[in-house]
Design a protein around this ligand. Sequence first.
Ligand SMILES: NC(=O)c1ccc[n+]([C@@H]2O[C@H](COP(=O)([O-])OP(=O)(O)OC[C@H]3O[C@@H](n4cnc5c(N)ncnc54)[C@H](O)[C@@H]3O)[C@@H](O)[C@H]2O)c1
Length: 275
Amino acid sequence: MTRLISEQIRLIPEGLKNYDLELQAKTGLTLKELAAAAVGVNPDRFDHFDSSVAVIPVTAGLGTIDGFSEAIKAIALHLGFNAFITSSADVSGLVEAYDSNADLIMLADDYKYAVINLNTRRVAENDEATALGYCKALAYMAGGVKGKEVLLIGAGPVGTAAAARLAEAGAKLIVCDLNENREAALAESVRRKSGTLPLRGLTLTEALKRKPLVFDASPGDRIISAAMIDEKTIIAAPGIPLGLDSDALAIAGDRLIHDPLQIGTAVMLFTALAG
Ligand SMILES: NC(=O)c1ccc[n+]([C@@H]2O[C@H](COP(=O)([O-])OP(=O)(O)OC[C@H]3O[C@@H](n4cnc5c(N)ncnc54)[C@H](O)[C@@H]3O)[C@@H](O)[C@H]2O)c1
């Protein structure tokens, strides 16, 4: 997981209305509708709910990231939760969340970002939620993934969760990781679960020549150049930093989904609420 920096997230709160408009233009869905679809529930179910979310800052490890708590609180408010940031961090913040009768708590350290539903004990983690949300977004952008080749870049926790979802949805996977052992392990785990062995051992250039849909779950910086894609390439890219260089970005236009927190956070919250 790449540690976020303030510049990547500080504008999230004020940008959520525009974010929804852009997401709608690309997928036909708002953030709330996409998250509900990813979790597999009717968005109407989330029209009127009265759940409160306590965002607890955590100072362990490298410490809090300026603007992180504010960004996830804003996303929760945008989805219709009553959200607040506890005035204390860490254990004191947890006590405050309990004392305030919060229904859900959100907290993150350098390794894990999770939502816990204090009423149902349901836990939702960001890697899985991000994979689920971006797979759904890719499917909406592409009119489904069944029978289509999807190039999955990055065999870490996000890529591994996405590979399982994409294989379940009937995609034909090509997997690509700089680390050959991880690439092989991911291909094998997909074969065990789905019965089909993904294609592997290709360079990114070779894989992209096949004109697949793209799921970039790697922290590779500008690994995709304009020459590697065309005006039909559809890309779901949770990886941070973005894998496209500026010319590739111009070609991808509205066929690219990439954000630092919104989709993963929304899917986490609805997963924890719906379970
Ligand atoms: N947008 C979001 O909401 C969100 C949420 C969670 C994680 N992320 C990001 O998604 C990415 C994946 O997360 P993770 O926890 O699985 O990361 P990870 O670091 O555990 O795994 C990344 C994998 O990508 C591989 N990789 C690195 N550079 C590569 C390249 N140039 N080509 C091919 N493979 C390459 C690595 O070998 C590794 O196996 C990270 O950048 C992370 O920060 C984003």
